[in-house]
Design a protein around this ligand. Structure first.
Ligand code: G3P
Length: 217
């Protein structure tokens, strides 16, 4: 499973990228707002750092304007994936932009039917939002499993990019189901390293090192 990092915080991306943990980046208007940066400028900086796909989202809601914005975003770098919402206009924009050879990430997906339409429209990535379904007491992971089954049934090449990931468990569940990509905030990726028994075991080892005066260098 590829790891994308869901942030526009360049320093946070750099830290994970240097460890080999970043295969791509996803941003959205909320993350751009949080960064306080100009969208074109910060997206260019991210694309210069990370060679994998970098999703940048359009602001328009009508297809023609989304296409215009998508073309402008795609000029930033070859690794831009234009992010469009899963609306009828978004699907039209997806079809046009992928027809021009651009990568398109169709976002705000909350149902298997929406994912089916995105694949038919040639989406490079479909972004089902797990956490926001869980927030409604639905099971976001069921959606990932349903889309995996449907795409595999018909050999759709659209990659499942699991999004709205809120916990380390979400990451391993996505990997078990076979999501192609999971995009998560930096703190969630780092939390994957945590285990209480690791902490407990290390504390005992440190005590024994101290007691025995063990020294290597
Ligand atoms: O990739 C989409 C993601 O940023 C949404 O996450 O936590 O706002 O639902 P969240």
């Amino acid at each position: 499973m590829k790891f994308f990092v869901d942030t526009a915080d360049v320093a946070a991306i750099r830290e994970l990228y240097d460890l080999g943990m970043v295969d791509g980046v996803t941003t959205n208007p909320s993350l751009i707002k949080k960064s306080g940066r100009d969208i074109l400028e910060v997206t260019k900086e991210i694309c210069d750092m990370v060679p994998g796909p970098v999703s940048a989202e359009v602001t328009a809601v009508d297809a023609d304007k989304m296409i215009e914005e998508g073309r402008k975003l795609a000029e930033i770098a070859d690794n831009i994936a234009v992010k469009v919402p899963l609306t009828w206009d978004g699907l039209k924009a997806c079809k046009t932009l992928t027809g021009e050879g651009k990568m398109v990430n169709v976002t705000l997906c909350f149902s298997a039917n929406q994912a089916l339409l995105a694949a038919k429209a040639g989406a490079t990535f479909i972004s089902p939002f797990i956490g926001r379904l869980d927030d409604l007491n639905l099971d976001g992971m069921d959606l990932i499993a349903d889309i995996r089954e449907i795409y595999d049934n018909y050999g759709f090449e659209t990659q499942i990019l699991a999004a709205s990931i809120r916990s380390a468990n979400h990451m391993s569940e996505c990997a078990k189901i076979g999501a192609d990509v999971a995009t998560a905030p930096p703190n969630v990726i780092k939390a994957m390293a945590n285990h209480v028994l690791t902490d407990k075991g290390l504390a005992q080892f440190l005590k024994d090192i101290d007691d025995a005066g063990i020294k290597i260098v």
